[in-house]
Design a protein around this ligand. Structure first.
Ligand code: ADE
Length: 224
């Protein structure tokens, strides 16, 4: 998979890609991530990427020309399956969307900043609009990092233990059961006996029951 991320402040999101699973996936050649600074696609001396909104009002709007130039340069090199715009008014990200996007080959992720992008960018280039929740961030960069993490960990081969992503919360529509590790007794707080019994079928049943009970309690909406 190849991910091209377009932003006015790409440095804001480099570090999440430089460690842990997202780095491992890149090192293993399972995903290539490229950052593009929108300022490199400006034609004016001041490298201006934003301007005042027509009709007045607070905030600046990212201009269409540098975004068009950047997306067109990328599209001239290869085909893209999706151009995703990170925006608080997009479709709220969930595990289903992450699963679908993880199957794509080449994607562009466009980060908004300031008041967002000129509407014509959305009309002309964007195929998916994604929000990471009902709150407003200063820009789409952190949201893009969240989206990419949720996608990259699902690419086959990225997680050491292939079943690991399958047992994540939400992957089967339920929250994950509790997990424990050594010691089995911490100052009198014991690990459930079943987990140390060595009886795998019983452990599986216990985990399913726990997942159901926890989902029912914390997120009854997921049971519907
Ligand atoms: N940009 C600003 N806020 C955002 C959000 N909640 N999700 C995606 N992109 C954003």
């Amino acid at each position: 998979m190849r991910i091209d991320i377009i932003s006015v402040v790409p440095d804001l999101m480099r570090s999440p890609f430089d460690g842990s699973i997202m780095k491992r996936a890149q090192d293993a050649g399972l995903v290539d991530v490229y950052f593009h600074n929108l300022r490199d696609y400006t034609t004016n001396t001041y490298k201006q990427v934003d301007d005042y909104p027509y009709g007045g009002g607070a905030g600046m709007v990212l201009m269409i020309a540098p975004i068009d130039k950047c997306i067109s340069a990328l599209k001239a090199e290869r085909d893209y399956d999706a151009v995703i715009y990170m925006t608080p008014d997009g479709n709220v990200l969930n595990q289903g969307t992450a699963n679908q996007l993880s199957l794509l080959k080449n994607i562009i992720v466009l980060c908004g900043h300031y008041k967002g992008v000129d509407q014509r960018v959305r009309d002309l280039f964007v195929t998916h609009e994604v929000s990471i929740g009902d709150y407003v961030l200063s820009g789409g960069e952190l949201a893009a990092a969240v989206l990419c993490d949720s996608i990259i960990r699902l690419i086959p081969g990225v997680l050491g233990n292939e079943t690991s992503a399958l047992t994540d919360s939400f992957q089967d529509g339920l929250l994950a059961p509790p997990v424990y590790t050594r010691p089995a007794d911490y100052n009198g707080h014991k690990v459930p006996d079943i987990l140390t019994s060595g009886n795998t079928p019983k452990v599986d049943t216990w985990r399913e029951e726990q997942a159901l009970a926890i989902t029912k309690k914390k997120r009854p909406d997921l049971m519907e």
